[in-house]
Design a protein around this ligand. Structure first.
Ligand code: NDP
Length: 256
């Protein structure tokens, strides 16, 4: 849409206070890429709302942030597979009560599901993956829009994948869900483009050393892949003031 063609978040080098005063909510913040981005946002002085399903993982990230001279962290436990409307409403109300607005929303949590042919794909598993990866991200965005609209310069960032941009055999519901995320992002960006300062984009982290990557590629040498900590700068670019006006884009965190 506008400005996204020339913007490359991979060139960004965040300053020490790049996200000062911003409140940023991150799903799947207890491990992998979500954890790394949460730590990086806090290091850039954001107030981070850590959302995830496993409380002890969120508490560990909270403790890491609290031990540093950085922004603050708040925990909001939410299982995106089981959450009902009341849970979403409670979270949105808590964000507004505590911070008065939301400046950034990173949809990072996802389920891989199975790698199998569409011909054999288990239907209940397909539904679970679509629910966590797409429906929950839609519902969370919808319930948090009033808080995002209270920010003078908010960001919504969805997590995509290479298989969400070009289909690949055996990636099943995961690939379908990431295509859907690209569609959700473009649709929302178009809707919000004229009337608000909220920007909406997707980011593909690229191959990264996490539990999900191990699950997808069990025979791969994970040591050869970058750590989540090394790919956080593009996320901060797309969550921070430097990406003002950049919306409707599909970005990569790594050079291929
Ligand atoms: P991880 O498996 O390390 O992290 C996934 C996160 O999602 C975990 O924190 C997990 O929580 C959370 N999550 C899963 N299900 C739910 C749920 N029902 N409710 C709440 N949280 C949930 O994977 P990555 O860090 O690798 O993945 C992060 C994102 O990056 C995903 O969207 C993934 O699709 C994408 N991606 C990753 C790539 C890679 O190479 N790593 C490549 C391309 C895209 P818990 O720990 O409690 O289970």
């Amino acid at each position: 849409m506008n400005d996204s063609i020339d913007f490359d978040p991979r060139n960004y080098q965040p300053t020490a206070a790049a996200l000062e005063g911003r409140t940023i909510l991150i799903t799947g913040a207890g491990s992998g890429i979500g954890r790394a981005v949460a730590l990086a946002c806090a290091a850039a002085r954001a107030n981070v709302v850590l959302v995830g399903r496993t409380l002890r993982k969120l508490e560990a990230v909270h403790a890491e942030i609290s031990a540093r001279d950085s922004g603050t962290a708040t925990i909001a436990q939410l299982d995106l597979e089981r959450a009902i409307a009341k849970d979403y409403d409670t979270l949105a109300a808590a964000v507004l009560a505590r911070f008065g607005r939301l400046d950034g929303l990173l949809h990072n949590a996802a389920l891989l599901g199975n790698l199998s042919a569409i011909a054999d794909y288990d239907v209940p598993l397909f539904t679970r993956v679509m629910h966590v990866n797409v429906t929950a991200a839609f519902a969370l965005t919808q319930v948090l829009l009033p808080a995002l609209k209270k920010s003078p310069d908010a960001r919504v960032l969805f997590t995509s994948s290479s298989v969400g941009r070009r289909g690949r055999a055996y990636w099943g519901a995961y690939a379908v869900s990431k295509f859907a995320i690209e569609g959700l992002s473009q649709t929302l960006a178009h809707e919000l483009g004229g009337s608000t300062k909220i920007t909406v984009n997707t980011i593909n982290p690229g191959a990264t050393r996490t539990a999900m990557r191990r699950q997808a590629y069990p025979a791969e040498d994970l040591e050869k892949l970058p750590l989540p900590e090394s790919i956080t700068a593009p996320y901060l670019a797309l969550l921070g003031p430097v990406s003002r006006g950049v919306t409707g884009g599909a970005f990569d965190a790594q050079r291929t």
